[in-house]
Structures are given as C-alpha cells and as structure tokens.
Design a protein around this ligand. Structure first.
Ligand code: 26Q
Length: 768
C-alpha cells in the first residue's frame, strides 16, 4: 500500500520544476513543503473527484469553524506516504521537521472547531460521505504573545507558506445578496483523506470577492451607484475569524459571515442537485445538513427562501427543512446562545427575515403556550429555538450535557418533542491524537495487539492484560516525550522544566467557567505551604498552562496575567523552584497541543460541574495515558465510567450540588474560614504582584465582591481540589500511577471520533 519512495521523490521533483523553477538542490523548506503537498494532491485527485461527483446521500457539515491545524503530516500519514516523504527529503539534506515552521490553519477557536476537523477525518476513515462547508477566513485565530505577562494579539497570517492543500474552484462561484451588498462567493476545496482506505471527502471553504473587478476610478469619483463601495467591502466579510469562544458577540459583520456561508453552500448544493434532474421535494433523499451550533442556523430560513423561489409553497418547504436539518448544541451558557435583533436582521436580510416570521407564525398556529415556545420575542430572534423547532434531531455532546438540555436549558422543547433529542458523545481522531503525535507509544501498542486499533479504538481494551509488562517501555517513552517538550518550552518560552518532574497540564481556551483560577490558587497554596513548612515533601511538579483569552474578555486576560506573575514568583524562588515550576506557554494551538498531550502526567479538567458541555482535550490526554484530575462534568463522567473512577481523581461539587449551593453561596465566608485560601486570594490585592493595569484588583472583586461573586464556585471547591491534587501528585512516579495512566489509555475506545460519526450516520443522518 505504501507508496514507493523513489516514485514519490520523482513526483516531488516534477512539481519543483514546474511550479517553482528549482530542483532539490536549490529548493528551500518552503518550496519543498509546497512540492511535497502538491505531489500528494496529484496522487489523490481521482479518488477526490469520485467523492465530489458521487450521487449517494451525503451529509454536509455546516460550521463557522474548522480548526484543521497542520495538514501535511496528517495527510502523509493517512496516505501512507510519511516514510516515502521522509526518505525523499533526507536524501537531499532536509527533513520532515523543516515543516514545523508551517502555520496551523487555525480557522477555529477551540473545541467546536477542532471537533469539526476530527469528524471530517473520521468520516473519511469510516467511509461515511461527510463534507464540510465553512469560511476561508483570511486571518484565523490571533497569534498570542505575552508582554510583561499580559496577552498581546497579532494577526494570524496562516497563508504565509502558501496553501498547497486547497484548490480554488472559480467555476462553482455563486452570488450572495444582502440588502446593501452583493458579493461573489468563491469556493476553495480541501481534500480530506481517510486513513489508508482510498476515500477522499471534501472541505469547501468560501471566500468573498467583489462581483466585478475593482474599479478604482469609480471608487475615487464615488460614481452614481454603490458598486465601488460594495466591491470594496466584499472581501471584508471573510477577513477574520471572531475570536470568541462560548460568548456571543452581536456584531452585524458576524451575521454577514454566517449568512454568506450558508447561502453560498445551499445555492451550490441545490444547483448541483437540480443538475442531476432530481426533485426538490426529495432533497432529503440526497442530502442532510448538520448545523454545528447556532452559527449556521440561518441556513434554515435561507433554504425556505430558496425553495420558495423555486416555486414551492411554504408548508412543503417547511416539510423539506424539517427532514434535512439537524442541530448540535455545544454549550448551555446563556451568553453563548445566539440571539439577533429582529430589526437588524430584517434590515440586512429582509427575505430571510420573512421566513423566520413565517416560522414564528406557524409555531403560534399550533396553539402552544407562547411564553414557553417562541422564535421571535420582544424583537429578538432566538436562533437555538428556531433550530429546535425545525430540525429533525437535536443533540448534545456528552450524556450529562444532553440531560441538562432535556431537563433545564431546553426543557420546554423536550417536553414537546421528546424524540428529537439525542446524545452523541464527542470523540477525537486517534490518527492525529495518538499515531501522529505519539508514534513511539503507538508502535508499542502495535507490538502487543497489532494495528486493528488504528480504525477500531475499542481494540485498546485488549492491551489490559499486558499493562504490567508494558510499564517500563511506557514510562521510558513518556520520559522521552517529556524531554522533548521541556526542550521546546525552554527554547520558546525561556523556562526550564526538569523532565523528571510531574507534568501537570491545563490547556484549553481561557474562560472563567473552566477555572484556570482554581488551578492558579492551588499553586499559590502549595507555594506558601512549602515556604512555611505546612506543605511537606512536595512532589516535584511542573504546572503547565496554555490558553488564549478572547481579546475583549477582561477577566480572562487578567487570569493570564495572574498566572504569569505566579510563574515568575515560583520560578525565581531559589528554594521552591527546586520542586516546582510554572509556565504559561504562548500561542497554544493544535500543533502545540500535539507536543503537550503526549508528555502530560496529569490532565486538569476542572470546570464547574454542568458548564463544560463535553470537553475533548480530556479525551486526548486519556488516549495518551494521562490521569484526569477533574470534576464530574462533560465527558469526564463517561471517562470515569469507561476507565473506572479509581483510575482518575475526581473532586468537587456535582451538578446537583452546584444548584443547591448557588442558593446561599457567599464566597467571602469560605475565604474567611480558610487562612490558606485567604492568603492565596489576597495576592490579588496585597502587592505581591506587579500589575500597573489594575487587572488583579478587578479579578479579586469578581471573586469576592459585587453582584454574583465567584460565579463558578472556585472558593467552594478549593479545599476538595487541593486535597485531591496533593494526593494525586504524591502518587506520581509509582507503578500504581503509571498503571492508572495505562488503564485510561486502554479505556479510551469510546472516545474515538470514528464512533461519534458512526453514531451520527446511523441515528441522525440515516446514512449507512
Ligand atoms: C457566537 C456568536 C458570535 C461570535 C462567536 C460565537 C461563538 C464562537 C465559538 C460561540 C461559541 C463558540 C465555541 C464553542 C465551543 O467551542 N464549545 C465547546 O464545544 C466542544 C465540542 O463540542 C465541547 O467539547 C466543549 O465543552 C464546548 O465548550
């Protein structure tokens, strides 16, 4: 199956000649990157076209985000070209490592966007016809640096090295119309390769262009119509990804992006469908559309509009929509559920607005309680309600999350449509998140149970009897991964962490509900405890953080500053730094995650119970043999079910307890009763840390003072957290500890995205 390295080398050389006018000797890393990629593309072209032209029922995954990361290694792995490429490069004095400079395609914020990327890969691997539809942002998620401990943002020029994995399809361009603007939507297609099975699915990313060539003269003279300005603004739509995660920003440009994505996609799909001579009323026999959260939900009224333009009555069009659309919810947080001002939407998209109103009228005509069931209320459009009303299926992303949707967030809707609500627990692709990022551990597993687990992750259970035998090799490999990470961190962050320390890791977006603050306070607790002798024999530990804060999220940025100050305090302390280091890595992204996940000993998953819909980082760590220190939240619950609670470390209030505590909660009481907690919290205001911006004071206030202080129960869970953590860290390094790591790895089968997409295909998309 693997491609012959000589042939591969020759086809790379042909691209070097034709596209770059150079040969192996004169080529630099950039030319080689593009040539290797293009050589792969050429080889895969036929299989790719087969998928694109297929007439079988397909699912279209509509998502504002696809967090693909770097494609080159994953694609070479899946096409079984890694070895061939390695040899070809080494022969000419280069190596695959040269491509470590290639920018990630960070066209997503975090969990939701990365999930979309994992699902594309898994679907291709499972032979499920799933295509992605998204936006080709010119700039992805910002690059993060720290200046004096504060986060700074820079534009993410992800195309710096070129984009050899995309093909521009000019002939599939469509026009998208807004009330004030007409733009051309041009698709760029990216192949999605299944793992060594010859399947190639497609990711279609839309870019906006002026309808006509830009006319500078008209622009300068501001001639009659508004064409010139329209053209000028056209490209702006896809300029940049909104850097918010789990909070909604009500910006009209964001709505433009969403409509641009779905209108272009639906026009494209309907055109192709009609060209096959099929009837619009049978659309569901050929297509279904998965709406990745509310961001693409405006696809519903847009499809209604398009079907009516084709002559269909509203009721029939509604019937089609109720068969083709499905909706995934990823968050219960009120501030993340999308709502749009009715006036603003009707100004921008009058015809689409009419269809939303028609849905509202249809809902009213069903004689339901209008206090409980509405799409538009008080001139606000509730996108989630629209999705639930119309979609065939609505799903949450972990058992506990789906239950909260049913009993709380969407309780009324669940009572009306109990059969609509289903759970599909999230998953991750084991190709990127074990085979690729941790090849030595993968090879060790192969040695014991063969390779079937590559595409059937439940097979990992067969490793269990071998755990005792595997311990020494597993430890050695983990140790090597830690050395590599330590070297990388030393180079990029200027912080030295001894590889023999326990690596305790919290990497994810920065959000108060995820409680990086709880972790930070525990570090201060240990720090002061070591200093005054109340914490004895502290097990040497490196606390590693990685997270981006949304640029407008004040408290999140303050938490970054706080942790960076803690890092300085600890690392500069001659005594404490013998047993403790703290580092907040800059610009945490998919590629950084690949390096961190394989080197972690402890995985921090410490959100307030009920808040983290699922989490997927937790799964990545588990698969790489890491113990979870976490609350009973999101997929942590299922991780414990699969791996055994005794193999992880669970603490803190449960969802039920959270609800009860919130009734009478007063964080100040917890702080007053617990001197060690008080000392840690007071560092925010007692001058321990420098902070000219006054951010830490505000952080203190949000914890202790003001309205609804400590919303996420940091102070409440503090004691149970530090006790659990201290116990876990003390067991680090023992055989018992590494056995737990391996028990987790063996139990990770459920969390394969292969299982998730198969669940979707069976129960939601009805594709076999
Ligand atoms: C909405 C409107 C305007 C601007 C931005 C947004 C926006 C963007 C991104 C709202 C939310 C998001 C991202 C949400 C997200 O990533 N949720 C995570 O989804 C994961 C995959 O299901 C889960 O594992 C996480 O628990 C959940 O937090």
């Amino acid at each position: 199956m693997a491609i012959d390295s000589k042939k591969f080398s020759e086809s790379v050389e042909r691209v070097l000649h034709a596209d770059f006018g150079c040969d192996y000797e004169s080529a630099g890393a950039r030319e080689l990157y593009n040539a290797v990629s293009k050589a792969v593309m050429v080889q895969a072209f036929d299989a790719w076209n087969e998928g694109r032209n297929s007439q079988k029922k397909r699912c279209c995954y509509f998502s504002a985000e696809f967090l693909m990361g770097r494609s080159i290694y994953a694609n070479l792995l899946n096409l079984d070209c890694l070895e061939a490429a390695k040899k070809a490069l080494e022969k000419v004095g280069h190596s695959l490592n040269d491509f470590e400079e290639v920018e990630d395609a960070a066209l997503g914020n975090g969990g939701l966007g990365r999930l979309a990327a994992c699902y594309l890969e898994s679907a291709a691997t499972m032979g499920i016809p799933l295509d992605g539809y998204g936006i080709r942002y010119r700039y992805g998620l910002f690059r993060q640096t720290f200046v004096d401990g504060y986060q700074h943002e820079e534009g993410d020029d992800w195309l710096k090295w070129g984009d050899p994995w995309s093909v521009k399809c000019e002939r599939d361009a469509v026009i998208v119309e807004f009330a004030d603007q007409k733009v051309k939507a041009v698709p760029y297609d990216m192949p999605v390769f299944g793992y060594r099975n010859g399947v190639v699915n497609n990711l279609r990313l839309w870019s906006s262009e002026p309808v006509q060539e830009f006319d500078f003269n008209a622009f300068n003279e501001m001639k009659g119509d508004r064409t010139a300005l329209e053209n000028f603004n056209a490209t702006k739509i896809c300029d940049v990804l909104y850097p918010n995660d789990n909070t909604m920003v009500g910006k009209i440009l964001r709505l433009r992006q969403q409509y641009f994505l779905v209108s272009a996609s639906l026009q494209d799909i309907l055109r192709k469908y009609k060209a096959q001579g099929k009837k619009l009323k049978d659309l569901d026999k050929s297509y279904c559309f998965q709406l990745n959260d509310t961001h693409p939900v405006i696809a519903i009224p847009e499809l209604l509009r398009l079907l009516k333009k084709e002559g269909m009555e509203f009721e029939e069009a509604f019937g089609v929509c109720s068969k083709v659309f499905n909706f995934t919810n990823h968050t219960i947080m009120a501030e993340a559920l999308e709502k749009w001002d009715a006036l603003a939407l009707s100004d921008l998209l009058p015809e689409v607005y009419e269809e939303i109103v028609a849905c509202q009228h249809r809902l009213e005509s069903e004689g339901l309680d209008t206090d409980k069931y509405y799409i538009i209320r008080d001139n606000v459009i509730h996108m989630a309600n629209l999705a639930i009303y119309v979609a065939a299926k609505v799903n949450g992303v972990a058992e506990i999350h789906t239950n909260i949707l049913k009993t709380d967030v969407f309780k009324n809707w669940y009572e009306l449509y109990p059969k609509k609500f289903v759970n599909v627990t999230n998953g991750i692709t084991p190709r990127r998140w074990l085979l690729l990022n941790n090849p030595e551990t993968a090879a060790l597993i192969d040695k014991y149970i063969g390779e079937a687990w590559h595409t059937d992750l439940k097979e990992l259970r067969n490793l269990r009897p071998h755990i005792p035998e595997m311990l020494p090799d597993f430890k050695r490999i983990k140790g090597e991964n830690k050395k590599k990470l330590a070297a990388y961190i030393a180079e990029h962050e200027g912080v030295n962490i001894p590889p023999e320390f326990c690596f305790d890791v919290q990497v994810k977006r920065l959000h108060e509900y995820k409680r990086q603050m709880l972790n930070a306070l525990s570090i201060l607790y240990f720090y002061f405890g070591i200093k005054d002798g109340t914490v004895k024999d502290f097990p040497p530990t490196a606390f590693i953080f990685g997270a981006k804060a949304a640029p407008g999220y004040y408290n999140a940025k303050a938490i970054i500053k706080f942790i960076n100050e803690i890092a300085r305090l600890v690392n500069e302390d001659g005594e404490v730094s013998k047993v403790m280091r703290v580092v907040f890595v800059q610009n945490y992204n998919v590629s950084y995650a690949e390096k961190i996940v394989c080197a972690a000993d402890v995985s921090e998953q410490i959100s307030m119970a009920g808040m983290e819909a699922s989490g997927t980082g937790n799964m990545k760590f588990m698969l790489n043999g890491t113990v979870t220190l976490g609350t009973l939240d999101g997929a942590n619950v299922e991780i414990c079910e699969e791996a055994g609670r005794e193999n992880n470390c669970i603490f803190g209030a449960t969802v039920e307890e959270v609800a009860a505590i919130k009734q009478f909660y007063c964080p100040r009481e917890f702080v007053e009763q617990d001197p060690a907690l008080k000392r840690a919290v007071n560092t925010l205001i007692d001058g321990t840390f420098s902070d000219d911006a006054g951010m830490l004071q505000k952080l203190y206030d949000s914890l202790i003072n003001g309205h609804d202080p400590d919303r996420y129960l940091v102070c409440f869970d503090f004691r149970s957290y530090v006790e659990a953590k201290e116990g876990l860290l003390h067991s680090y390094g023992t055989d018992e500890f590494y056995t737990k790591c391996l028990e987790n790895l063996c139990a990770a089968g459920k969390f394969s995205a292969d299982r998730s997409v198969t669940d979707y295909a069976r129960h939601i998309w009805k594709i076999k």
